[in-house]
Design a protein around this ligand. Structure first.
Ligand code: ATP
Ligand code: MG
Length: 390
Protein backbone atom coordinates (compact mmCIF):
# COMPACT_ATOMS: atom_id res chain seq x y z
CA UNK A 1 0.00 0.00 0.00
CA UNK A 2 1.46 3.38 -0.95
CA UNK A 3 1.87 5.80 1.94
CA UNK A 4 2.54 9.53 1.80
CA UNK A 5 2.72 12.47 4.21
CA UNK A 6 0.30 15.39 3.95
CA UNK A 7 1.34 18.71 5.44
CA UNK A 8 -0.70 21.75 6.52
CA UNK A 9 1.01 25.09 6.89
CA UNK A 10 -1.32 27.23 9.02
CA UNK A 11 0.07 30.72 9.50
CA UNK A 12 1.67 30.90 6.04
CA UNK A 13 -1.82 30.90 4.57
CA UNK A 14 -2.28 34.41 6.03
CA UNK A 15 0.68 35.82 4.13
CA UNK A 16 -1.40 37.13 1.23
CA UNK A 17 0.72 37.90 -1.81
CA UNK A 18 3.83 36.57 -0.05
CA UNK A 19 2.26 33.19 0.56
CA UNK A 20 3.88 31.54 -2.46
CA UNK A 21 7.33 32.79 -1.45
CA UNK A 22 6.90 31.35 2.08
CA UNK A 23 5.64 28.05 0.69
CA UNK A 24 8.54 27.81 -1.75
CA UNK A 25 11.04 28.29 1.07
CA UNK A 26 9.24 25.71 3.19
CA UNK A 27 9.35 23.18 0.36
CA UNK A 28 13.04 23.88 -0.15
CA UNK A 29 13.62 23.31 3.59
CA UNK A 30 11.62 20.05 3.52
CA UNK A 31 13.66 18.79 0.54
CA UNK A 32 16.88 19.66 2.28
CA UNK A 33 15.94 18.00 5.58
CA UNK A 34 14.85 14.80 3.87
CA UNK A 35 17.72 14.58 1.39
CA UNK A 36 19.56 11.84 3.29
CA UNK A 37 16.49 9.65 3.68
CA UNK A 38 15.82 8.93 0.00
CA UNK A 39 14.07 10.42 -3.00
CA UNK A 40 10.71 12.18 -2.68
CA UNK A 41 8.14 13.85 -4.91
CA UNK A 42 6.97 17.00 -3.15
CA UNK A 43 3.86 18.75 -4.44
CA UNK A 44 1.91 21.77 -3.29
CA UNK A 45 -1.79 21.77 -4.18
CA UNK A 46 -5.10 22.71 -2.56
CA UNK A 47 -3.37 24.14 0.59
CA UNK A 48 -1.63 20.85 1.28
CA UNK A 49 1.97 19.90 0.67
CA UNK A 50 2.31 16.21 -0.10
CA UNK A 51 5.53 14.28 0.37
CA UNK A 52 5.60 11.08 -1.62
CA UNK A 53 8.47 8.60 -1.26
CA UNK A 54 9.89 7.27 -4.51
CA UNK A 55 10.79 3.59 -4.20
CA UNK A 56 10.15 1.19 -1.34
CA UNK A 57 13.19 1.52 0.87
CA UNK A 58 12.21 4.66 2.72
CA UNK A 59 11.50 4.54 6.45
CA UNK A 60 8.41 6.70 6.88
CA UNK A 61 8.81 6.78 10.68
CA UNK A 62 12.11 8.57 10.19
CA UNK A 63 10.58 10.91 7.61
CA UNK A 64 7.73 11.66 9.98
CA UNK A 65 10.17 12.47 12.85
CA UNK A 66 12.10 14.89 10.65
CA UNK A 67 8.96 16.59 9.40
CA UNK A 68 7.84 17.07 13.01
CA UNK A 69 10.86 19.33 13.51
CA UNK A 70 10.50 21.57 10.46
CA UNK A 71 9.23 25.05 11.31
CA UNK A 72 6.31 26.35 9.25
CA UNK A 73 4.29 23.13 9.55
CA UNK A 74 1.19 23.27 11.77
CA UNK A 75 -0.03 19.71 11.41
CA UNK A 76 0.78 16.71 9.29
CA UNK A 77 -0.48 13.21 8.82
CA UNK A 78 0.45 9.96 7.20
CA UNK A 79 -2.04 8.81 4.60
CA UNK A 80 -2.48 5.88 2.28
CA UNK A 81 -3.09 6.47 -1.39
CA UNK A 82 -6.05 4.56 -2.81
CA UNK A 83 -7.51 4.20 -6.26
CA UNK A 84 -10.62 6.31 -6.65
CA UNK A 85 -13.52 3.92 -6.38
CA UNK A 86 -15.59 3.51 -3.26
CA UNK A 87 -15.13 -0.27 -2.89
CA UNK A 88 -11.40 0.14 -3.03
CA UNK A 89 -11.50 3.09 -0.61
CA UNK A 90 -13.42 0.96 1.90
CA UNK A 91 -10.96 -1.93 1.68
CA UNK A 92 -7.95 0.35 1.96
CA UNK A 93 -9.41 2.13 4.99
CA UNK A 94 -9.79 -1.15 6.88
CA UNK A 95 -6.37 -2.41 5.92
CA UNK A 96 -4.49 0.85 6.50
CA UNK A 97 -6.10 1.79 9.82
CA UNK A 98 -6.56 -1.75 11.14
CA UNK A 99 -4.47 -1.26 14.27
CA UNK A 100 -5.85 2.17 15.23
CA UNK A 101 -9.46 1.10 14.63
CA UNK A 102 -8.87 -2.05 16.68
CA UNK A 103 -7.63 0.01 19.64
CA UNK A 104 -10.28 2.77 19.47
CA UNK A 105 -13.72 2.60 21.06
CA UNK A 106 -15.35 5.42 19.10
CA UNK A 107 -14.80 6.90 15.65
CA UNK A 108 -16.15 9.19 13.01
CA UNK A 109 -15.58 9.54 9.28
CA UNK A 110 -14.81 12.82 7.61
CA UNK A 111 -14.96 13.07 3.83
CA UNK A 112 -13.73 15.77 1.45
CA UNK A 113 -14.36 15.65 -2.23
CA UNK A 114 -12.32 18.13 -4.24
CA UNK A 115 -12.86 16.04 -7.38
CA UNK A 116 -16.47 16.96 -8.05
CA UNK A 117 -16.75 14.29 -10.74
CA UNK A 118 -16.50 11.55 -8.15
CA UNK A 119 -19.96 9.87 -8.19
CA UNK A 120 -20.53 9.96 -4.41
CA UNK A 121 -20.96 13.19 -2.47
CA UNK A 122 -19.11 13.68 0.83
CA UNK A 123 -21.98 12.55 3.15
CA UNK A 124 -22.44 9.46 1.01
CA UNK A 125 -18.73 8.63 1.26
CA UNK A 126 -19.02 8.96 5.06
CA UNK A 127 -22.01 6.63 5.18
CA UNK A 128 -20.39 4.01 2.97
CA UNK A 129 -17.01 4.02 4.73
CA UNK A 130 -18.54 4.37 8.22
CA UNK A 131 -20.94 1.47 7.58
CA UNK A 132 -18.12 -0.74 6.39
CA UNK A 133 -15.97 0.09 9.43
CA UNK A 134 -18.87 -0.84 11.77
CA UNK A 135 -19.35 -4.09 9.91
CA UNK A 136 -15.67 -5.04 10.27
CA UNK A 137 -15.14 -3.66 13.79
CA UNK A 138 -18.42 -4.33 15.62
CA UNK A 139 -16.96 -3.14 18.96
CA UNK A 140 -16.84 0.46 17.64
CA UNK A 141 -19.51 3.12 18.00
CA UNK A 142 -19.83 6.41 16.18
CA UNK A 143 -19.11 9.60 18.13
CA UNK A 144 -19.16 12.76 16.03
CA UNK A 145 -18.11 15.07 18.88
CA UNK A 146 -15.11 13.46 20.58
CA UNK A 147 -14.13 10.33 18.72
CA UNK A 148 -10.99 8.35 19.63
CA UNK A 149 -10.14 8.32 15.93
CA UNK A 150 -11.26 10.44 13.01
CA UNK A 151 -10.95 8.69 9.67
CA UNK A 152 -10.52 11.23 6.89
CA UNK A 153 -11.11 10.34 3.26
CA UNK A 154 -10.07 12.96 0.71
CA UNK A 155 -10.99 12.37 -2.90
CA UNK A 156 -8.66 14.42 -5.04
CA UNK A 157 -7.92 14.71 -8.76
CA UNK A 158 -5.64 11.72 -9.13
CA UNK A 159 -6.29 9.54 -6.08
CA UNK A 160 -8.07 9.20 -2.75
CA UNK A 161 -6.14 9.74 0.48
CA UNK A 162 -7.12 7.96 3.67
CA UNK A 163 -5.74 9.00 7.03
CA UNK A 164 -6.23 8.51 10.73
CA UNK A 165 -4.65 10.70 13.36
CA UNK A 166 -3.24 14.14 12.72
CA UNK A 167 0.14 14.98 14.26
CA UNK A 168 0.97 18.43 15.60
CA UNK A 169 3.93 19.99 13.76
CA UNK A 170 6.62 22.32 15.10
CA UNK A 171 4.57 25.41 14.15
CA UNK A 172 6.16 28.79 13.53
CA UNK A 173 7.49 30.06 10.22
CA UNK A 174 9.89 28.42 7.75
CA UNK A 175 13.57 28.78 8.63
CA UNK A 176 15.25 31.76 6.96
CA UNK A 177 12.04 33.65 6.16
CA UNK A 178 12.75 35.85 9.21
CA UNK A 179 16.39 36.76 8.51
CA UNK A 180 19.47 35.76 10.46
CA UNK A 181 20.49 36.36 14.10
CA UNK A 182 23.15 35.27 16.59
CA UNK A 183 22.29 33.35 19.75
CA UNK A 184 24.60 33.98 22.69
CA UNK A 185 24.79 30.45 23.96
CA UNK A 186 26.00 29.28 27.36
CA UNK A 187 25.70 25.74 28.67
CA UNK A 188 22.64 26.65 30.75
CA UNK A 189 18.96 25.84 30.38
CA UNK A 190 17.83 29.20 29.06
CA UNK A 191 19.86 30.07 25.98
CA UNK A 192 19.09 26.89 23.96
CA UNK A 193 15.39 27.54 24.63
CA UNK A 194 15.82 31.16 23.49
CA UNK A 195 17.56 29.92 20.31
CA UNK A 196 14.74 27.51 19.54
CA UNK A 197 12.04 30.09 20.30
CA UNK A 198 13.46 32.62 17.82
CA UNK A 199 14.28 29.94 15.22
CA UNK A 200 10.60 29.03 15.40
CA UNK A 201 9.79 32.48 14.02
CA UNK A 202 11.79 31.75 10.88
CA UNK A 203 15.17 33.01 12.03
CA UNK A 204 18.32 31.35 10.75
CA UNK A 205 20.96 31.10 13.49
CA UNK A 206 24.62 31.44 14.16
CA UNK A 207 25.84 30.77 17.71
CA UNK A 208 28.39 32.66 19.79
CA UNK A 209 29.94 31.08 22.88
CA UNK A 210 32.39 32.69 25.30
CA UNK A 211 34.85 30.25 26.83
CA UNK A 212 37.43 30.90 29.54
CA UNK A 213 39.96 28.10 29.58
CA UNK A 214 41.47 26.86 31.85
CA UNK A 215 38.69 28.07 34.19
CA UNK A 216 36.18 26.43 31.86
CA UNK A 217 36.88 22.99 30.44
CA UNK A 218 36.80 21.37 27.02
CA UNK A 219 33.82 19.37 28.28
CA UNK A 220 31.90 22.60 28.88
CA UNK A 221 32.43 23.54 25.25
CA UNK A 222 31.41 20.07 24.05
CA UNK A 223 28.25 20.44 26.10
CA UNK A 224 27.41 23.62 24.18
CA UNK A 225 28.00 21.79 20.89
CA UNK A 226 25.59 19.03 22.01
CA UNK A 227 22.97 21.63 22.92
CA UNK A 228 23.31 23.34 19.55
CA UNK A 229 23.04 20.00 17.74
CA UNK A 230 19.66 19.53 19.41
CA UNK A 231 18.54 23.02 18.40
CA UNK A 232 19.79 22.47 14.84
CA UNK A 233 17.42 19.53 14.41
CA UNK A 234 14.80 22.29 14.22
CA UNK A 235 16.70 25.36 13.07
CA UNK A 236 18.96 23.72 10.48
CA UNK A 237 22.74 23.71 10.45
CA UNK A 238 24.65 26.66 11.87
CA UNK A 239 28.13 27.92 12.65
CA UNK A 240 29.32 28.27 16.24
CA UNK A 241 31.88 30.95 17.06
CA UNK A 242 33.86 30.25 20.24
CA UNK A 243 35.38 33.41 21.65
CA UNK A 244 38.36 33.18 24.04
CA UNK A 245 37.24 35.22 27.06
CA UNK A 246 39.85 34.45 29.72
CA UNK A 247 41.97 37.53 29.31
CA UNK A 248 39.01 39.89 29.29
CA UNK A 249 37.63 38.34 32.47
CA UNK A 250 41.00 38.43 34.21
CA UNK A 251 41.52 42.06 33.24
CA UNK A 252 38.07 43.08 34.52
CA UNK A 253 38.68 41.18 37.74
CA UNK A 254 42.02 42.79 38.43
CA UNK A 255 41.15 46.38 37.42
CA UNK A 256 37.41 47.07 37.94
CA UNK A 257 35.25 47.24 41.09
CA UNK A 258 34.11 43.75 42.03
CA UNK A 259 30.39 44.56 42.14
CA UNK A 260 30.50 45.71 38.48
CA UNK A 261 32.31 42.63 37.21
CA UNK A 262 29.25 40.89 35.76
CA UNK A 263 27.78 43.93 34.05
CA UNK A 264 31.09 44.90 32.43
CA UNK A 265 31.64 41.32 31.32
CA UNK A 266 28.18 41.26 29.75
CA UNK A 267 28.85 44.53 27.92
CA UNK A 268 32.01 42.99 26.45
CA UNK A 269 29.94 40.01 25.32
CA UNK A 270 27.52 42.32 23.53
CA UNK A 271 30.21 44.34 21.74
CA UNK A 272 32.03 41.23 20.55
CA UNK A 273 28.81 39.46 19.57
CA UNK A 274 27.70 42.52 17.59
CA UNK A 275 30.94 42.53 15.61
CA UNK A 276 30.78 38.80 14.85
CA UNK A 277 27.09 39.14 13.92
CA UNK A 278 27.59 41.98 11.52
CA UNK A 279 30.49 40.16 9.84
CA UNK A 280 28.13 37.21 9.31
CA UNK A 281 25.01 38.94 7.91
CA UNK A 282 23.10 38.79 11.20
CA UNK A 283 20.79 41.65 12.09
CA UNK A 284 20.05 40.86 15.75
CA UNK A 285 21.39 39.17 18.88
CA UNK A 286 19.40 36.68 20.97
CA UNK A 287 19.95 35.98 24.67
CA UNK A 288 18.26 33.70 27.21
CA UNK A 289 17.66 36.43 29.80
CA UNK A 290 14.47 36.36 31.87
CA UNK A 291 13.53 39.43 33.91
CA UNK A 292 14.66 39.30 37.52
CA UNK A 293 16.16 35.81 37.30
CA UNK A 294 19.62 36.95 38.50
CA UNK A 295 21.32 40.28 39.33
CA UNK A 296 22.33 40.92 35.71
CA UNK A 297 18.75 40.49 34.56
CA UNK A 298 17.06 43.43 36.31
CA UNK A 299 15.68 46.22 34.12
CA UNK A 300 18.56 48.47 35.12
CA UNK A 301 21.22 45.86 34.37
CA UNK A 302 19.64 44.99 31.05
CA UNK A 303 19.56 48.68 30.09
CA UNK A 304 23.30 48.91 30.87
CA UNK A 305 23.99 45.77 28.84
CA UNK A 306 21.93 46.99 25.88
CA UNK A 307 23.76 50.29 25.83
CA UNK A 308 26.90 48.46 24.69
CA UNK A 309 25.26 47.04 21.56
CA UNK A 310 24.17 48.87 18.43
CA UNK A 311 22.00 46.06 17.17
CA UNK A 312 18.55 44.81 18.24
CA UNK A 313 18.70 42.29 21.10
CA UNK A 314 15.89 39.72 21.25
CA UNK A 315 15.14 38.21 24.66
CA UNK A 316 12.31 35.79 23.95
CA UNK A 317 12.28 34.41 27.54
CA UNK A 318 12.05 37.82 29.21
CA UNK A 319 8.52 37.27 30.56
CA UNK A 320 8.73 33.54 31.22
CA UNK A 321 9.03 31.71 34.54
CA UNK A 322 11.71 29.07 34.99
CA UNK A 323 9.01 26.38 34.94
CA UNK A 324 7.84 27.48 31.51
CA UNK A 325 11.40 27.58 30.20
CA UNK A 326 12.11 24.10 31.56
CA UNK A 327 8.95 22.74 29.91
CA UNK A 328 10.24 23.90 26.51
CA UNK A 329 13.75 22.58 27.21
CA UNK A 330 12.27 19.15 27.93
CA UNK A 331 10.19 19.30 24.77
CA UNK A 332 13.22 20.08 22.58
CA UNK A 333 15.34 17.58 24.51
CA UNK A 334 18.02 20.00 25.75
CA UNK A 335 17.19 19.81 29.47
CA UNK A 336 19.24 16.72 30.33
CA UNK A 337 22.28 18.16 28.57
CA UNK A 338 21.88 21.59 30.19
CA UNK A 339 21.89 20.19 33.71
CA UNK A 340 25.26 18.47 33.28
CA UNK A 341 27.53 20.22 35.79
CA UNK A 342 30.24 22.08 33.85
CA UNK A 343 31.41 25.57 34.76
CA UNK A 344 30.36 28.43 32.48
CA UNK A 345 32.50 31.55 32.11
CA UNK A 346 29.73 33.54 33.81
CA UNK A 347 29.96 31.54 37.02
CA UNK A 348 33.76 31.52 37.26
CA UNK A 349 34.32 35.00 38.65
CA UNK A 350 30.86 35.79 40.02
CA UNK A 351 31.08 38.67 42.52
CA UNK A 352 29.62 38.15 46.01
CA UNK A 353 27.44 41.25 45.76
CA UNK A 354 26.73 42.14 42.12
CA UNK A 355 25.06 45.54 41.50
CA UNK A 356 21.41 45.04 40.68
CA UNK A 357 21.00 48.74 39.80
CA UNK A 358 24.20 49.65 37.99
CA UNK A 359 24.61 53.29 36.96
CA UNK A 360 25.79 53.50 33.36
CA UNK A 361 28.06 56.47 34.04
CA UNK A 362 30.06 54.55 36.68
CA UNK A 363 30.13 51.40 34.59
CA UNK A 364 31.63 53.37 31.71
CA UNK A 365 34.12 55.00 34.06
CA UNK A 366 35.23 51.60 35.28
CA UNK A 367 35.67 50.44 31.68
CA UNK A 368 38.11 53.32 31.11
CA UNK A 369 40.53 51.38 33.30
CA UNK A 370 40.77 48.74 30.57
CA UNK A 371 42.23 48.77 27.08
CA UNK A 372 38.87 47.68 25.69
CA UNK A 373 39.72 48.05 22.04
CA UNK A 374 42.76 45.79 22.03
CA UNK A 375 41.12 43.25 24.34
CA UNK A 376 38.18 43.02 21.95
CA UNK A 377 40.43 42.80 18.92
CA UNK A 378 42.52 40.05 20.48
CA UNK A 379 39.39 38.03 21.33
CA UNK A 380 37.93 38.36 17.85
CA UNK A 381 41.24 37.53 16.15
CA UNK A 382 41.26 34.23 18.03
CA UNK A 383 37.69 33.09 17.45
CA UNK A 384 37.31 29.41 16.60
CA UNK A 385 34.57 28.28 14.21
CA UNK A 386 32.79 24.92 14.57
CA UNK A 387 30.17 23.63 12.14
CA UNK A 388 27.04 22.32 13.81
CA UNK A 389 24.66 19.98 12.06
CA UNK A 390 21.96 17.58 13.11
P1 ATP B 1 21.51 30.34 30.66
O1 ATP B 1 20.60 29.35 31.31
O2 ATP B 1 21.23 30.53 29.21
O3 ATP B 1 22.95 30.07 30.97
P2 ATP B 1 21.37 32.11 32.86
O4 ATP B 1 20.06 32.08 33.50
O5 ATP B 1 22.48 31.28 33.44
O6 ATP B 1 21.18 31.73 31.32
P3 ATP B 1 23.23 34.28 32.64
O7 ATP B 1 24.35 33.38 32.97
O8 ATP B 1 23.10 35.60 33.32
O9 ATP B 1 21.82 33.61 32.82
O10 ATP B 1 23.28 34.55 31.09
C1 ATP B 1 22.28 35.29 30.45
C2 ATP B 1 22.43 35.11 28.96
O11 ATP B 1 23.71 35.57 28.52
C3 ATP B 1 22.39 33.65 28.55
O12 ATP B 1 21.07 33.19 28.38
C4 ATP B 1 23.13 33.70 27.24
O13 ATP B 1 22.31 34.18 26.20
C5 ATP B 1 24.21 34.73 27.53
N1 ATP B 1 25.42 34.06 28.02
C6 ATP B 1 25.76 33.74 29.28
N2 ATP B 1 26.93 33.08 29.33
C7 ATP B 1 27.37 32.97 28.09
C8 ATP B 1 28.51 32.37 27.45
N3 ATP B 1 29.45 31.76 28.16
N4 ATP B 1 28.62 32.46 26.13
C9 ATP B 1 27.66 33.07 25.38
N5 ATP B 1 26.57 33.63 25.90
C10 ATP B 1 26.41 33.59 27.24
MG1 MG C 1 24.19 30.53 32.56
Amino acid sequence: MKEIILIKTGEIVLKGLNRRAFEDILIKNIKYRLKDLGEFKIKNAQSTISVEPVGNNIDLDEVSDKIGKIFGITTYSRACVAEKNIENIKLCTIEYLQEALGEAKTFKVNAKRSDKKFPLKSPEICTEVGGYILEKFPHLTVDVHEPDITVTVEVRDFAAYIRGSVIRGAGGLPTSTGGKAAILISGGIDSPVAAWTMAKRGIELIAIHFASPPYTSQRAEEKVVSLLEKVSEYSGKMKMFTVPFTRIQEEIQSKCPEELFTIIMRRFMMVIAEKISKANECSALITGESLGQVASQTIGAIACTDDAANIPVFRPLIGMDKEEIIAISRKIDTFDISIQPYEDCCTVFTPKHPRTRPVLKYVKQAEQLLDCESLIKEAIDNVKITKISY
